[in-house]
Design a protein around this ligand. Sequence first.
Ligand code: BTN
Length: 241
Amino acid sequence: MPKVFLKLVLIGDVFLFHTIVELEEVDSTNEFALRMNLPEGSVVVAKRQTEGRGRKGRGWVSPVGGLYFSLVLHVGTDNDVSPLPLVFGVAIHEALSRYCHGLSLKWPNDILHEGKKVCGILCELNEGLLIAGVGINVNNAIELEGAIPMCSICGHVDEHKLLSDILQSIEHFYQEFAQNGFTRIREEWKKRSRMLGKEVVVEGGPIRGKVEGIDERGCLVVVTAEGTKKILVGDVSIRFI
Ligand code: BTN
């Protein structure tokens, strides 16, 4: 059983995220948040994970030096929250860009530097409970092809300060989404992505074409030889060609 510290923390003027559960080690912060049935606004952060989960059933290698955390949000069942993974992507891109230049968003919410992954986000929604798990390569030595830590781009980054900046940014964009919907954030996403106009192929599917943008639900809009297709935020990968 991992050691658990419960703290009430006011980070800057952040109010949504009020309780930080800090763990030395855990299987997965998403899994921990789920099984502990934590209240809305809880944040679970771990120094390392033994069974970090990624999208599409993949794992997430989580050695010390990275930032691994999950947010607990009760989004209900009445609202369409399909753009939320992209909202988190924009918010985290904004915070990370205060430290490192040259970061961009890859649909739906990967954060890349020169094609290599700095941050991944796994949103798991079940009966109105959303667990948003975020993994960031910060100061960890990472030997995976296609991944890069922030420290290799912009030097050592204070992980606590980074978490605080990210939570403030998510607070800001989450409020914007709750009050005004996805319209403005969608424009932000487009500005922060380098995918527009690029040729892509949707993994495992016959879809191949040019990225036109994203729609009001966060779907990727691709113009193909057979017409315009919309790809839902889900279990697909996009590859540049
Ligand atoms: C991806 O595949 O790009 C998403 C990776 C998400 C990893 C984070 S690390 C913290 C949280 N806990 C997990 O088990 N996964 C997410």
